[in-house]
Unconditional design. Structure first.
Length: 202
């Protein structure tokens, strides 16, 4: 997992509340367990019409938002089903941070497991950042170590669980955390082969 320390880039405004995981990545794109190639399905039903033609005024189809790394959205982002394809699709597009007033719990947890930083801020602060993003006034900068967001003449602090912060900053997903204990795991297995050798007989 790619470490997350400081991110500075274009923020795309998506002022819609209750964006569920089916809106993020519709069900027809869930046939794969690969984490790549899902960007094409991100917000598909908003990005394309029923004939598959590009909706040119959708935010992610407009410059400079075609290269957005930050998404600013409405309340209750990521509600709906528990599909992990939702953060996969965001990440495959290039989005590393989502800012909203609140998130659905499962989506929120899945973000951290996939290297995405979800930041919950008060509505007034989200509105201010949404305005900056909508007018493309400046890049938005997220400093995870300092737990701050800077944009234009604003700076906001955000809260994050210390363990999740550690994992993001060090690029540790569940497998990475386990591999940190590989020496202890190997030692346990070697001891087990002696004390419970019957378990290893063919």
């Amino acid at each position: 997992m790619t470490p997350f320390t400081t991110l500075s880039g274009v923020a795309a405004p998506l002022p819609i509340v209750n964006i569920d995981t089916d809106m993020i990545i519709p069900k027809q794109f869930l046939k794969t367990i690969a984490r790549t190639g899902l960007a094409k399905g991100l917000f598909y039903e908003m990005r394309y019409d029923v004939a598959g033609n590009k909706v040119t005024d959708f935010v992610l189809h407009r410059e400079p938002y075609t290269h957005a790394e930050i998404l600013i959205a409405g309340d209750n982002f990521g509600c709906g089903s528990s599909r992990e394809h939702a953060p996969w699709a965001l990440l495959d597009f290039g989005i590393r941070c989502v800012i909203a007033p609140s998130f659905a719990d499962i989506f929120y947890n899945n973000c951290f497991k996939n290297g995405i930083l979800p930041i919950a801020l008060p509505q007034a602060q989200v509105d201010a950042l949404m305005k900056v993003a909508s007018e493309a006034q400046s890049d938005v900068t997220i400093d995870l170590n300092a737990q701050t967001i800077r944009a234009a003449n604003m700076e906001y602090a955000f809260e994050i669980d210390p363990f999740r912060k550690h994992c993001l900053m060090n690029g540790l997903d569940d497998i990475g955390l386990t591999m940190q204990k590989v020496a202890n795991i190997d030692a346990f297995e070697q001891k087990q082969r002696v004390t419970t050798s019957w378990m290893y007989k063919a």
